[in-house]
Design a protein around this ligand. Structure first.
Ligand SMILES: Cc1ncnc2c1ncn2[C@@H]1O[C@H](/C=C/CNC(=O)c2cc(-c3ccc(F)cc3)cc(O)c2O)[C@@H](O)[C@H]1O
Ligand SMILES: [Mg+2]
Length: 214
C-alpha cells in the first residue's frame, strides 16, 4: 500500500536524524520538506521566531493546538527547562501516531504529552484531567477557523493568566482574519506581528504574538 506523506517524513527522520538529538530531528524534517515534499510544519524561518519567543517566555506549561507530525512540538520541547511540559492536541489518530514516533526519536517523550481528540473537547478538561492551572504559552497551529473559538474557550476555562503568551502560526497564509481582528482589537490583549514567510516558500506569512492582559 502507498505510504502517506507523514509516514515518509517519519522515515526521513529515522534515516537522517541522530536518535536523542532534537535539533537533528528538526533539521531532517526541514531538509525533507525543502528537498523532497512540502509539508505544513512551521518550518525553519518561522521556527527561529518560535524559538526566540519560547526562550524569552521560558514557559513551564505549554499548550500546542495541532500536533501534525510533531515538528514544532519537538522544536519547543527542546528549549524547555527540566520540569517544564508541553501538552499537544491532535485529533487525527494517524498524525498522532507519527508524531509520537518523531517525538520518541528526539528523546523528548518525558516533556511532551500528545492528547488525541478535538481541542474543543479537551480544553475544558485541562484542569481536572492534567492538573493544569494556567498555561504560560499557547502555540496555535491547527485548523485556522478554530483559533478564535479556542482562544475564547481558553479564556472562559480560566486557562490564561496575566502575561500568558499566545503565538499563532499562519496569520497571513492561509490566514486567520477573525482571530487577528480579535487579538488586535480586544483590550484584553497586546498583540505584535512577526513578518516572515510561509514554510519552505517565498510567500509571505507570519506569527502573531499576543499577551493576555488578564
Ligand atoms: C480542532 C482540532 N483539534 C485537534 N487537532 C486539530 C484540530 N484542527 C486541526 N487539527 C490538527 O492540526 C493539524 C492541522 C493544521 C492545519 N494547518 C494548516 O492548514 C496549514 C496550512 C498551510 C498552508 C499554507 C499554504 C498552502 F498553499 C497550503 C497550506 C500552512 C500551515 O503552516 C498550516 O498550519 C492537523 O494535524 C489536524 O489533524
Ligand atoms: Mg502552520
Amino acid at each position: 500500500t502507498q505510504s502517506t506523506r507523514p509516514q515518509r517524513l517519519l522515515h526521513a527522520v529515522q534515516k537522517n536524524a541522530t536518535k536523542g538529538d532534537p535539533r537533528s530531528v528538526v533539521k531532517a524534517i526541514d531538509n525533507f520538506c525543502r528537498q523532497k515534499e512540502w509539508a505544513m510544519n512551521v518550518g525553519d524561518e518561522k521556527g527561529c521566531i518560535l524559538d526566540s519567543v519560547v526562550s524569552e517566555v521560558n514557559p513551564v506549561t505549554v499548550l500546542e493546538l495541532g500536533t501534525y507530525c510533531g515538528y514544532s512540538t519537538v522544536r519547543i520541547a527542546s528549549l524547555l527547562p527540566p520540569r517544564a511540559k508541553i501538552i499537544t492536541l491532535e485529533f487525527n489518530p494517524d498524525y498522532a501516531k507519527i508524531a509520537r514516533q518523531v517525538i520518541a526519536w528526539a528523546g523528548l517523550e518525558d516533556k511532551i504529552q500528545v492528547v488525541e481528540g478535538p481541542s474543543g473537547e479537551w480544553i475544558p478538561k485541562m484542569k481536572e484531567q492534567f492538573g493544569v492551572k494556567t498555561f504560560d504559552l499557547v502555540f496555535l497551529d491547527h485548523w485556522k477557523d478554530r483559533y478564535l473559538p479556542d482562544t475564547k474557550l481558553l479564556e472562559d476555562c480560566g486557562l490564561l493568566r496575566k502575561g500568558t503568551i499566545l503565538l499563532a502560526d499562519n496569520v497571513i497564509c492561509p490566514g486567520t482574519p477573525d482571530y487577528l481582528e480579535y487579538v488586535r482589537n480586544s483590550p484584553r490583549y497586546k498583540s505584535q506581528y512577526f513578518k516572515s514567510h510561509l514554510e519552505y516558500t517565498k510567500a509571505e506569512d507570519g506569527l502573531e504574538k499576543s499577551v493576555f492582559l488578564g
